[in-house]
Design a protein around this ligand. Sequence first.
Ligand SMILES: C[S@@+](CC[C@H](N)C(=O)[O-])C[C@H]1O[C@@H](n2cnc3c(N)ncnc32)[C@H](O)[C@@H]1O
Length: 278
Amino acid sequence: MIETHTETLRDDANSEDCTAFGESIDGIAKYWNEHIHDLAIATHPVGSLGFFDELDAYRFDKLRYLPNLVDFSGFAEKRLLEVGCGAAIDLVRFAKGGAVVTGIDLAATSIELAEKNLALRNLEGDFQVMNGENMDFPDASFDVVYAHGVLQYTSNPAKMMQEIHRVLKPGGQVISMVYNTRSWLKLMSIAMGVALEHEDAPFIRTFTHHQFAELFAPFGNHRIVPERFPVPTKLHTGLKAILYNNVFVGAFNILPRFMTRWSGWHLMGFATKRETGR
Ligand SMILES: C[S@@+](CC[C@H](N)C(=O)[O-])C[C@H]1O[C@@H](n2cnc3c(N)ncnc32)[C@H](O)[C@@H]1O
């Protein structure tokens, strides 16, 4: 099982058994109902178009790599599911590109925001509160499953990946992202004693390259790309902001990427379900 190898940021993140499973899922839903991702940066009223645009701008400034690795316009007519869709910031991009989108999330507040986000843009999507470890969809329902920033927050990432594999059509692909144990951000947080975002979540894990590769066992293939290097942030203020934004970010990015690639905070993982449906 992946958990025996997966490093956790907190000891209790490893404590799972079958009886605790239901409670764990309830705990995850409760946490994420109260902690919408990136909400802290928003200045517009929650649920307004300005709010969603602000989240999009913030996200794609921070995750500059994402449009280079994920062709949001490349899935026209394809049935695309996002597991742990949050406020559907990425799903809007897929829907604009012509994909037929479905979003699920454990948090009802996320699903409400996701529905609003698409409706405000006259886009269509199907949204449901659902556990990505135990989905209601029949086998082979989707051409693409996108799971960015969710496997690390669920109680059993291997079970979620098995479900992703099950709901994919043969030949379908998964696009996923987890946090990298051997990364600049993890090292910096340890060195500076600074908590990582959502470190108080019921479950949060980091993965080595090898541990992430193990998650793709149902697929029998995978490609992993470390990404997400330091960019200036608005989250810090004062001396901390000056040191981080002007000194650290600048110095890090002077180094050639081939030297620092291993340390990307995000491990992007891609795999294809075999045509035989293995
Ligand atoms: C850090 S947020 C990421 C949201 C979005 N994918 C993004 O990248 O902005 C993690 C999301 O995963 C959801 N989540 C965690 N475990 C889940 C599970 N087992 N099934 C469905 N959603 C889950 C949470 O409710 C939360 O909305």
